[in-house]
Design a protein around this ligand. Structure first.
Ligand SMILES: NC(=O)c1ccc[n+]([C@@H]2O[C@H](COP(=O)([O-])OP(=O)(O)OC[C@H]3O[C@@H](n4cnc5c(N)ncnc54)[C@H](O)[C@@H]3O)[C@@H](O)[C@H]2O)c1
Length: 335
């Protein structure tokens, strides 16, 4: 039986990944520090059903400081999803937290994985490494992040590459694109829009809605990540994990409006936030080829699942708001 270490196990994507791996017959050690970026209670809810499963073990620890020998003891492969997310919150003094949780944490885990001799190290990278791509950059596939968050994710990706090239560590980086679905983080667009629609509040829109994102359903991201743990891959592969159908934020709002069945929601338009880019678009041919994977869930079907999840959470208990770490210290500042 394969034993997998999943970091960030109680988070949005990590909790779904743990469930899928257990269902596939793996033993999973999940580690999470329950950071304050958003309400840790909602992270506990994410893994509540998994907790009694004998194939799942939770270690409440920070990957930067936990004894790495113990963390990796008996582990065959690592999926490293722990990290500090968020583009707009990564400016100013907060960047130190991003360096800590995204770069240093990854380096420490890579050292431990190398010492242990794991069969695979999968790193959860981000479309934010690309920044605002021009056609020329895009043709060369050259990343140029537009935010400190993107810089921290690219640095961690580069570390995965360095350990692969210099020591042969079997690492792969997956660049996730705007993941949505049940348990989505409360700072993300679909989550904020659905909550506002259900409350009858105005929707807060940054920019004019014409910006496009390659929204990708969490189940598809989890399937790609599971495949990456076991597939035969070129050394230090870097793969886009996206739906392959960039969609405008205005269309996202329209889909949600019709699913929640609100006739004419009011919008509160705000300036774009520093680090937001006009367009993201994944190139998924490499993931298709190397992971034998394709996205299967279209936007409307995936959003329906997310709306149903929000309704279910409301039925059981009220959703609490963002914790301090997710407020944007530079919201009013243009850079
Ligand atoms: N959600 C997206 O659209 C998206 C897109 C691109 C990349 N990613 C990346 O995917 C990963 C998971 O994202 P998510 O949306 O599920 O975020 P999330 O915040 O829900 O999950 C991350 C989890 O990691 C934990 N964590 C953070 N630092 C830790 C540390 N040092 N030690 C142990 N645990 C720690 C947090 O408590 C949290 O539960 C992140 O690395 C993120 O950068 C996400």
């Amino acid at each position: 039986m394969t034993r997998v270490l999943v970091t960030g196990a109680a988070g949005f994507i990590g909790s779904h990944l743990c469930e899928a791996l257990v269902q596939d017959g793996c033993e999973v050690r999940g580690v999470d520090a329950f950071t304050e970026f958003y309400d840790p209670a909602s992270k506990r809810r994410n893994i509540a059903e998994l907790m009694p499963d004998p194939a799942f073990e939770l270690v409440e620890a920070d990957v930067r400081t936990a004894p790495s020998g113990q963390l990796l003891d008996g582990i065959d492969a690592v999926a490293h999803l722990a990290g500090e997310p968020g583009v707009s919150t990564s400016w100013g003094p907060s960047f130190e937290r991003y360096v800590d949780r995204n770069v240093l944490a990854t380096q420490r885990l890579l050292e431990a994985a190398l010492a242990k001799g794991v069969s695979r190290f999968v790193y959860a990278s981000s479309s934010s490494v690309y920044g605002a791509e021009t056609e020329a950059l895009r043709a060369r596939g050259e990343p140029r992040p537009a935010s400190p968050y993107g810089v921290s994710k690219l640095a961690a990706e580069a570390l995965v590459g360095a350990y692969a090239y210099s020591y042969g560590l079997p690492g792969v980086s997956l660049r996730y694109f705007s993941v949505y679905g049940p348990r989505q983080r409360p700072d993300m667009a679909a989550h904020r829009f659905i909550e506002a629609l259900l409350d009858g509040r105005p929707l807060q829109l940054f920019g004019d809605g014409s910006q496009t994102r390659d929204f990708t359903f969490v189940g598809d991201v989890v399937r790609a990540t599971s495949r990456a743990l076991f597939a035969d891959l070129p050394p230090a592969a870097v793969l886009d994990i996206a739906c392959g159908r960039p969609t405008s934020v205005a269309t996202l709002i329209e889909e949600l409006r019709s699913i929640v069945d609100v006739d004419d929601p009011s919008l509160e338009t705000r300036q774009e936030r520093p680090g937001d880019v006009p367009r993201t678009a994944g190139r998924i041919d490499a993931a298709r080829q190397h992971l034998d994977w394709s996205p299967t869930v279209g936007l409307r079907a995936g959003l329906r699942q997310q709306v149903a999840w929000h309704a279910g959470v409301r039925d059981s208990q009220p959703i609490s708001g963002l914790a301090g770490g997710a407020t944007d210290p530079h919201q009013a500042v243009r850079r």
